[in-house]
Each structure stands twice: as structure tokens, then as C-alpha cells.
Write a protein that binds this ligand. Structure first.
Ligand SMILES: [Zn+2]
Ligand SMILES: [Zn+2]
Length: 330
């Protein structure tokens, strides 16, 4: 029997339909052709990207030259541009504004064939530090209302370059999905006087059906109403609304659980394409009822007509079973 599950934050319904129960090996990865060709993100090709806005380098190496561990550069083909005034206009009943924002690329390693799952922990931690620095810097721009950090890994997940990288987009509006999640957390808080994510963590750690892995500061779970097979959330055990203001002492643990979780995904699903998104509070006010976290979505199924028409998803894998596969990885 398919089961309908409701996500307690969004109120989003999901259909868990395991009729043809899907094991990890049933998901054939989409074509995994190497993208190949010249790579502008490799060490030595620094002149092929816009000048770096942040880099972690060996002492004494000049900007935009080899000798770096990580670089952040503006996107060469940005979705939004940083220059100009933000004009909000009405045109009859329609509203518009110009595309002000920032679009940056975090080059996670100088070496072409490394991935976040294979990088040493210190390098993964550097990626998180870079996110933090860039979010804090972009939040100083008063025209911008939200900074989204995400990663597309693999062609099927939308990566146009093979070299391991993630992206930062700062927007002049708060996106609907972010607003919905923040509103959902607020509603739960005003009803129960507790954070919904803290409640989720407490229950998951008690029941342990959907826990994948944990360390002293973080836990990684298959969410109860997973939209996608092997959807995974990483949550800090201590309540904090924003990623960028999390205590710096937690970054080592954050890198550890991110790396551990990605390695498990790799093993269970044979290096699947995936997206992850850092969910952090918006820029408006202190959103103390919100709890930052990372959502990882392997791309194993296609979003089609039913999902677009209803906003709810059919998931062929039971989250409890996904968690078990992920937990059992040695
Ligand atoms: Zn490369
Ligand atoms: Zn919380």
C-alpha cells in the first residue's frame, strides 16, 4: 500500500510508493559521460576565470596564480549581476525588478578528478569556511535579501563542469521555497513553542529508524517525508538559525559528517549525481525559530507531470530502508 506522508515543516505531502520496491542497484545512473575538454577550473588556468574574490593559498603565492587550495571566482556567465541599482517597478498589474545579485563559483580543489567525497577533511572544511566568508560578505550588500549556496554534482544534476565546484547566488528577493520553509518553522514554533527541527532531531535520535550517521554535533537522517529516494538531511544538533553564524568550533564536525554522508551515498549508489543546498535563515530579521541544515538530493528519478501538477512527489524508496542501506556502509 502506498503511504502518504506529510512533512511537518512545509506541510508538503509525499507519496511513498514502494510497490516495485527499489533497491539501490535498481537506480541506473544516467549516462555518466565525462564532459572532457579544456577545464578553466584546474590549477594553472587561473587566467581563464574572472579574478578571484577569495582564495586559500600557500603563503606568498600571488592572487590568480597557481598555489591555491581553494578559489572563489565570479561566474563567467552569471545568472545575476552585481553592478547597478535595484529598480523595482510595476507595469500595470505586473511587478518586475532588474537582475541584481551575485553569482560565484567555489572551486573546491585545484585537482580535476577529486570530489568532495574523496577530498581530505581539511579541504572539505575549507569549502565550508569559504561558504561562510562569502555569505557574510554578500550579506553586507543591502540590495540583496538571500544568499543561496548549492552544489550540482554530475551531468544529470546540472553540473556543466566536471571539476568539483559549488555555487553561491545572492538574490534581491527571498525565494518562495525558502520563505515557505521559514514560515512553516514559524507556524510550528508559534503553535508548540519549540523548533520543529529540534523536535525532529530529538525524535529521530530516539527512534533511530531514519538516522544514517552522527557525530557529537551533527546528525544525518533520511527525512520522514523524503521526496526523493535517498534524500538526506544533515542537521546540527545544537539549535542555530544560520549556517554562517554557527560557532567556528563546529566546522570540523560539519566537514566530517558531510564527507562521511557523501561517501556513504557514493558507496550505496555508485557515485550518483546529486544536488545539495544549504538551508540557512533569510536576511530579514533574526529568525530564531529556524534551524539551519543541509539537504542532499541524489538525482535518481525524474520529476514529471504529476509532481509539477500537484507539488507532491512520489518516492519509490522507503526512507527507513534508504537509511538502513546508508547506515550499513563500512
Ligand atoms: Zn579541472
Ligand atoms: Zn532548532
Amino acid at each position: 500500500m502506498p503511504e502518504l506522508r506529510r512533512d511537518p515543516i512545509h506541510g508538503r505531502w509525499v507519496i511513498i510508493s514502494t510497490e516495485r520496491s527499489r533497491r539501490p542497484s535498481d537506480f541506473t545512473p544516467e549516462e555518466r559521460r565525462p564532459i572532457g575538454g579544456f577545464c578553466p577550473l584546474c590549477e594553472g588556468n587561473e587566467d581563464r576565470t574572472p579574478p578571484e574574490v577569495l582564495a586559500f593559498r600557500d603563503n606568498g603565492t600571488p592572487p590568480n596564480s597557481p598555489g591555491w587550495m581553494l578559489r572563489v571566482v565570479p561566474n563567467k556567465f552569471p545568472a545575476l549581476r552585481i553592478e547597478g541599482e535595484l529598480n523595482r517597478e510595476g507595469e500595470g498589474i505586473y511587478d518586475k525588478m532588474n537582475g541584481i545579485g551575485a553569482h560565484e563559483v567555489v572551486i573546491e580543489t585545484p585537482r580535476h578528478y577529486e570530489t568532495l567525497a574523496t577530498l581530505p577533511l581539511k579541504a572539505v572544511e575549507n569549502v565550508l569556511w569559504a561558504y561562510r566568508e562569502r555569505i557574510i560578505d554578500l550579506r553586507r550588500d543591502e540590495r540583496l535579501r538571500y544568499v543561496l549556496v548549492f552544489k550540482n554534482h554530475g551531468v544529470a544534476a546540472g553540473a556543466s563542469l566536471e571539476h568539483s565546484h559549488s555555487q553561491i547566488i545572492a538574490l534581491p528577493i527571498i525565494p518562495t521555497t525558502v520563505r515557505e520553509e521559514i514560515e512553516g518553522s514559524k507556524n510550528y514554533f508559534s503553535y508548540k513553542d519549540r523548533c520543529v527541527f529540534c523536535d525532529i532531531i530529538r525524535q529521530e535520535l530516539q527512534q533511530r529508524h531514519r538516522v544514517i550517521t552522527e557525530n557529537s554535533s551533527f546528525v544525518s537522517i533520511a527525512p520522514f517525508a523524503s521526496r526523493f529516494p535517498f534524500e538526506t538531511w544533515i542537521l546540527p544538533k545544537i539549535h542555530h538559525p544560520s549556517f554562517e553564524h554557527t560557532e567556528s568550533s563546529l566546522f570540523e564536525q560539519a566537514a566530517q559528517i558531510l564527507s562521511d554522508t557523501l561517501q556513504r551515498l557514493n558507496q550505496v549508489l555508485d557515485d550518483p549525481p546529486y544536488n545539495y543546498i544549504i538551508h540557512t535563515s533569510s536576511m530579514e530579521q533574526d529568525q530564531d525559530y529556524y534551524h539551519w541544515h543541509v539537504e542532499i538530493m541524489p538525482k535518481l528519478t525524474k520529476v514529471a507531470g504529476f509532481e509539477w501538477g500537484t507539488g507532491f512527489y512520489i518516492n519509490p524508496t522507503l526512507p527507513e530502508e534508504a537509511a538502513e542501506y546508508m547506515r550499513e556502509v563500512k
